[in-house]
Design a protein around this ligand. Structure first.
Ligand code: SAH
Ligand code: SF4
Ligand code: F3S
Length: 441
C-alpha cells in the first residue's frame, strides 16, 4: 500500500474560508490525502486566500515566494491557490508565480478532485467559474470523526449589494442560498459528531432564502426554527448580517428562540449618512439605530458587534465624528475597524482618497473608543451567572476554557467539565481579553 499523500491548507480571511478549507480537506481526503500541520511535510499545499483588503492579497504573493523555495527542494510538491484572490487574480497568479500548479475560485471547489488529478499528471489547472450547482453537493458522506464542540456551516454565499468599497460581489458572485434539507442534514451530522454549537455563515446570511421541503423559499428565521428542533444542538449563531435584512421574524426569533444566542454582528461601516450614501449602503445611521432598538426590545441583553471603515474616500472629520457618535449610541461588545483599502475594480477606488496619515489617526481614535466599550461591557459581566460551552482545557490544572452566550472567552478555574459540556458559571473577573469564572454547583 502506498503511503497517503499529505495536504497542508493555510486559511486567510473570513469564517467562510475556514468552512471551505475544512470541506476542501474532506474532498481531497476522498482522493487519499490526509491533513498535516507541517507545510514542509506536504505533498500539496493550498492557500485559501482573502482579497478584502490590499494587505490580505499581498500576503499571498509573499507566501508563494516562500513556497517556491520549498518546491525547489521538493519538486513533487504541488501548490494551489484557492479563495478570493484566486477568483480575482487567477491568471495573474499563474503568470507572477510559476511555482503555482492550481488556481481554484470559491465557487468551483467541487472541481478540486479532477483538478488535483490533472496537476498530479504534470499539468496546470485553473478554474474560476461560477457554476449553478452547490459546490459541495458531491460530498454526501462526511467522515464521522469527532469534532470540536463549535462548527461553522455555510448556508448562503455571495452578495448582490455592491457596497462601493467591497470585492465580495465579484469574488463570491451573486447571492445564493443552500436548500434547507441539505443544511439540516449537515447540521445533524455535525451534532452526531459532538458539535453543540453551530454558526450559520453567509456573506449576507440574513438574506438567506433557501428552498424548503414544500418547495417555497424559507427565511433565515425559519431555518433557525428548523435547526432549533435538532436534539443535542444547544446553540445557534449566525454571521454576517446586513441591517436591511433584519426582518421581523428574525428579530422575533432573537426574543423567542432559546438556542439562538444573544449576540449579533451587524456591520454599519459608518455613522455619516453622506458617507453611507457614497458607500451605496442603502441605509442611514438612524435606520440602523432603529433596527437595533427593535432587536433590543425583543432581546434586551443582546450583545452587539459591528464593522467600521475609516478614511473612506471624501470622509471629513465631521463624518468621522458621526461614526464615533454612533458607536457611543450603540455600545458595542465587539467591533472591528479597518482603514479603507482601495480595491481595484470597485467604484470607490476612482474617488479622492483620504490622506493616509489622517486615516491612521482616525483608526487609532476609533479603536481606542471601541476598546473602551468592549472593556466596559466585559466588566459589566462580573457577578453575572452565565453558561460556558467548554472548548478545551486551560493552562492551569483543572482550568477549562470556553465561550459564554455572548461569545466572550471564559476561563473556568474549578471545573471538572469535559469538552462539549455547557457549564453554569459565575463571572468573577474581567481580564484584558477574557473573563474568569467559577463553576456554580
Ligand atoms: N458581508 C459583510 C462584510 C464582509 S467584508 C457585510 O456586509 O457586513 C468584512 C468587513 O471588511 C466589512 O464589514 C468591512 O468593514 C471591511 N471591508 C470590506 N471592504 C473593505 C475595504 N475595501 N477596505 C477596508 N475594509 C473593508
Ligand atoms: Fe461587501 Fe457590502 Fe456585500 Fe457586505 S453587503 S459583502 S460589505 S458588498
Ligand atoms: Fe476575504 Fe473572500 Fe471572505 S475576500 S473576507 S475571504 S469572502
Amino acid at each position: 500500500m502506498t503511503a497517503p499523500k499529505k495536504l497542508f491548507i493555510k486559511t486567510y480571511g473570513c469564517q467562510m474560508n475556514v468552512y471551505d478549507s475544512e470541506r476542501m480537506a474532506e474532498s481531497l481526503g476522498e482522493q487519499g490525502y490526509v491533513a498535516t500541520e507541517n507545510a514542509a511535510d506536504a505533498d500539496m499545499i493550498l492557500l485559501n486566500t482573502c482579497h478584502i483588503r490590499e494587505k490580505a492579497a499581498e500576503k499571498v504573493y509573499s507566501e508563494l515566494g516562500r513556497l517556491k523555495a520549498l518546491k525547489a527542494e521538493k519538486p513533487d510538491l504541488k501548490i494551489g491557490v484557492a479563495g478570493c484572490v484566486a477568483q480575482a487574480e487567477g491568471e495573474e497568479i499563474m503568470r507572477r508565480q510559476p511555482a503555482v500548479d492550481l488556481v481554484v475560485g470559491p465557487q468551483s471547489y467541487h472541481r478540486l478532485p479532477d483538478m488535483e488529478a490533472r496537476v498530479r499528471s504534470g499539468e496546470k489547472s485553473l478554474n474560476t467559474d461560477f457554476p449553478e450547482e452547490d459546490k459541495f453537493a458531491a460530498l454526501e458522506s462526511r467522515p464521522k470523526a469527532a469534532r470540536a464542540p463549535s462548527a461553522f456551516l455555510t448556508v448562503q454565499e455571495g452578495c448582490d449589494k455592491f457596497c462601493a468599497f467591497c470585492v465580495v460581489p465579484y469574488t463570491r458572485g451573486a447571492e445564493s442560498s443552500r436548500p434547507v434539507a441539505r443544511i439540516l442534514e449537515e447540521a445533524r451530522d455535525l451534532v452526531d459528531r459532538g458539535v453543540r454549537e453551530i454558526t450559520l455563515l453567509g456573506q449576507n446570511v440574513n438574506a438567506y432564502h433557501g428552498m424548503g421541503a414544500d418547495g417555497s423559499d424559507k427565511s433565515l428565521a425559519e431555518l433557525i426554527w428548523a435547526l432549533n428542533d435538532i436534539d443535542g444542538l444547544a446553540r445557534i449563531r449566525f454571521t454576517t448580517s446586513h441591517p436591511n435584512d433584519m426582518t421581523d421574524d428574525l428579530i422575533e426569533a432573537h426574543g423567542a428562540c432559546d438556542k439562538l444566542m444573544p449576540y449579533l454582528h451587524l456591520p454599519v461601516q459608518s455613522g455619516s449618512d453622506r458617507i453611507l450614501k457614497r458607500m451605496n449602503r442603502s441605509h442611514t445611521a438612524e435606520s440602523y439605530l432603529q433596527v437595533i432598538d427593535r432587536i433590543r426590545a425583543a432581546r434586551p441583553d443582546i450583545l452587539m458587534s459591528g464593522d467600521f471603515i475609516v478614511g473612506f474616500p471624501e470622509e471629513t472629520e465631521e463624518d468621522f465624528q458621526a461614526t464615533l457618535d454612533l458607536i457611543e449610541a450603540v455600545k458595542y461588545g465587539y467591533a472591528y475597524s479597518f482603514k479603507y483599502s482601495t480595491r481595484p475594480g470597485t467604484p470607490a477606488a476612482e474617488r479622492a482618497q483620504v490622506d493616509p496619515d489622517v486615516a491612521d489617526d482616525r483608526l487609532q481614535r476609533i479603536q481606542a473608543l471601541i476598546t473602551r466599550q468592549q472593556q466596559e461591557i466585559q466588566r459589566d459581566m462580573v457577578g453575572r451567572n452565565l453558561h460556558v460551552l467548554v472548548e478545551k482545557s486551560g493552562r492551569n490544572p483543572g482550568q477549562m476554557v470556553g465561550k459564554s452566550e455572548y461569545l466572550h472567552a471564559v476561563h473556568i478555574d474549578n471545573s471538572d467539565a469535559r469538552v462539549g459540556d455547557i457549564v453554569p458559571v459565575r463571572i468573577t473577573e474581567a481580564k484584558r481579553n477574557s473573563l474568569a469564572a467559577l463553576r456554580r454547583k
